[in-house]
Design a protein around this ligand. Structure first.
Ligand code: ATP
Length: 317
């Protein structure tokens, strides 16, 4: 559905996008994740044909956004970071206007389109109201509705939950997930948990470069710190600590809890291999049952930190 190849965008001397390539298959919900200023909006603006690239190509459904803009743009529904709303119009007037922009001429087709998208984003009950008087969450729904007019197969959503309150965020995320059943979606976000919750594939960009791409699960697994193991061992604390110190697999450890004769330990291992089997037998020999043991898998937050060297933005409460 989307093919982005070697995309570069310079604003004067500033290199905002430095050679990004990726593809998005039909039916996927893909998250473009990155800190502020990473180049997400720039990439999306180029993908929609809103601005041109310095070099590189974008194809939508096989059509080049610059060479065959009409065919490409027909396939896109775009929600920019600031939704393009005319606040003095009612929702219905505005959506009718969007229909005319998208070349839907017949009255019957316009009504059908408006009814359908209003139903999809649940704004049927506010169709007669002035956009100015709607809450931010509802305005965002109207923004989504305009993107959906004409039933484009691809939705490009730039920070669709930014500025919303926690309840509105939950509603818009659920809505996007539902829209993902019928549309391919690429959305940008600087919130890690958001892409984790909505997307089935993540592209992480930082300072204009693609630094990683995978499913949220694989990203976490791939960057797991295999040197760390969490253990719960039953027995006398002194004996357990002796065993930990004597172990040929453990480099260092920290006791993180003690309850009902069980000691919780976070241990650093000597190598990167999975040492769970060896450790199990070592402790079994000493009659110290390991009642719980797991290799540590990093959260997407930690993966992000490792990749960009920075924390993600504070999340909404
Ligand atoms: P945000 O979440 O803050 O919008 P972003 O990842 O979408 O961040 P972009 O808006 O694409 O980032 O900006 C990428 C870089 O390009 C930033 O350093 C930004 O300051 C710069 N930039 C964006 N638009 C312009 C412009 N029109 N002229 C000059 N520099 C720009």
């Amino acid at each position: 559905m989307i093919e982005v190849t070697n995309l570069v965008k310079d604003y004067g001397n500033h290199h905002a996008v430095k050679g990004i390539s990726f593809t998005v298959g039909e039916g996927q919900i893909v998250g473009l994740l990155g800190p502020n200023g990473a180049g997400k909006s720039t990439t999306m603006n180029i993908m929609t044909g809103y601005i041109s690239s310095t070099s590189g190509t974008v194809k939508i459904g096989g059509y080049d956004i610059l060479e065959q803009p009409l065919q490409a743009k027909k396939r896109i529904g775009y929600l920019p970071e600031i939704p393009p709303l005319y606040e003095e119009m009612t929702v219905e007037e505005y959506l009718d206007f969007v229909c005319s922009l998208k070349g839907i001429r017949k009255k019957k087709d316009r009504k059908e389109n408006i009814d359908e998208v209003s139903e999809a984003v649940k704004i049927s009950d506010v169709k007669g109201r002035l956009i100015r008087n709607l809450s931010k969450g509802y305005k965002q729904r109207v923004g989504l509705a305009q993107a959906l007019i004409g039933n484009p197969p691809l939705l490009i959503l730039d920070e669709p939950t930014v500025g919303l309150d926690p309840n509105q965020i939950i509603e818009i995320r659920a809505l996007i997930k539902k829209l993902g059943e019928k549309h391919t979606i690429i959305l940008s976000s600087h919130i890690l948990s958001e892409v984790n919750a909505i997307c089935d594939y993540v592209l992480i960009i930082d300072q204009g470069k693609l630094v990683a791409e995978d499913t949220p699960e694989h990203l976490s697994e791939h960057f797991a710190d295999k040197n760390r193991i969490l253990l719960s061992v039953k027995g006398e604390r002194e004996q357990i600590e002796e065993a930990l110190e004597a172990s040929e697999y453990i480099a260092s450890y920290e006791v993180t809890g003690e309850y009902d004769g069980v000691l919780d330990v976070t241990a650093e291992t000597e190598g990167t291999e999975d040492i769970r089997d060896a450790l199990f037998f070592e402790f079994a020999d000493k009659k110290l049952p390991i009642v719980k043991m797991e290799m540590e898998t990093l959260s997407l937050e930690e993966v992000f930190l490792k990749l960009t060297g920075r924390e993600g933005e504070e999340e909404e409460s």
